[in-house]
Design a protein around this ligand. Structure first.
Ligand code: SAH
Length: 251
């Protein structure tokens, strides 16, 4: 059996209880070495076989899983954050289906949640934005034309831009062609929840400059939107004059 497990954004105590238990029991661990905190591997069994997928191809990863399965072993495939966001898990799962190897998926705390926590921010402020766009700039992996950063930016919604902190000049340029202005609040969050976490608040117009000044060009998220610094309306759910399924309005 193969367990895909979300490792969380970095801090080793941000993995789920289920994920941590599977790590302890695994006979084989294949971890995404570029972003998974290696401290998590310290709980592995002494004789656990550990592979860093940063140096492996898809075929090599699958070959390890196939051999482990043939030997009756349990494999944990440890992905950063939550595996469902830029995790490249679908191709692994499809191959496992073809091989007849069973698997499941244990969610994790995605880095866009870790980054919001680092900034003590809420993406979904009433009267400001009720949507979070998770996206990226096109790099070596293309982005469908209809999802270009500029077209995503046309909504002015809260946005978390992954995999793009090495191209902040282009990020800034494309965001400014949308609904954001040079003054729209933005932030760079480097290694959210790791000991070396860095948060830099700036504006869309100063994103590239902020990245340069603070030496941030990888392992970072770009957060954009008025949720970072704007007046908002209070939630209806906790409004005294609002009746909900669980509470009568008091006035
Ligand atoms: N599955 C992961 C994303 C993997 S893609 C998740 O759910 O978070 C890798 C990108 O995620 C990085 O380029 C960076 O943009 C972002 N990222 C991952 N971990 C991060 C962290 N701790 N802090 C900031 N950004 C992070």
């Amino acid at each position: 059996m193969v367990h895909f497990v979300g490792a969380g954004p970095g801090a080793p105590d941000l993995i789920t209880l289920r994920g941590a238990e599977l790590l302890k029991q695994a006979d084989v661990i294949i971890y995404a070495g570029s972003l998974v905190n290696p401290v998590l591997l310290e709980t592995a069994k002494q004789d656990c076989e550990i592979h860093n997928s940063a140096a492996m191809t898809l075929e090599e990863v699958l070959a390890v899983m196939e051999r482990a399965e043939a030997e009756g072993k349990t494999t944990v495939r440890l992905h950063t954050g939550d595996p469902c966001v830029y995790g490249a898990i679908r191709e692994q799962m499809d191959a496992l289906d073809e091989l007849g190897i069973p698997y499941d998926d244990v969610p994790g705390v995605s880095s866009f949640c870790g980054a919001a926590a680092a900034l003590r921010a809420e993406y979904t402020l009433p009267g400001v934005s009720q949507s979070v766009i998770i996206t990226r700039l096109a790099g070596r992996t293309p982005v469908p034309e209809a999802e270009s950063l500029t077209s995503m930016a046309s909504h002015g919604a809260s946005m978390a831009v992954f995999l793009s902190s090495g191209m902040l000049g282009r990020v800034q340029e494309e965001l400014l062609k949308g609904a954001y202005t040079a003054d729209t609040p933005a932030a760079l969050v480097y290694k959210a929840t790791w000991p070396e976490e860095k948060t830099v608040r700036c504006t869309v117009g100063t994103l590239a400059q902020a990245g340069e000044e603070h030496g941030i060009s990888k392992t970072a998220l770009v957060l954009v939107g008025n949720f970072l610094d704007s007046p908002y309306e209070k939630s209806k759910l906790y409004d005294p004059s609002f009746t909900t399924e669980f509470r009568e309005a008091s006035r």
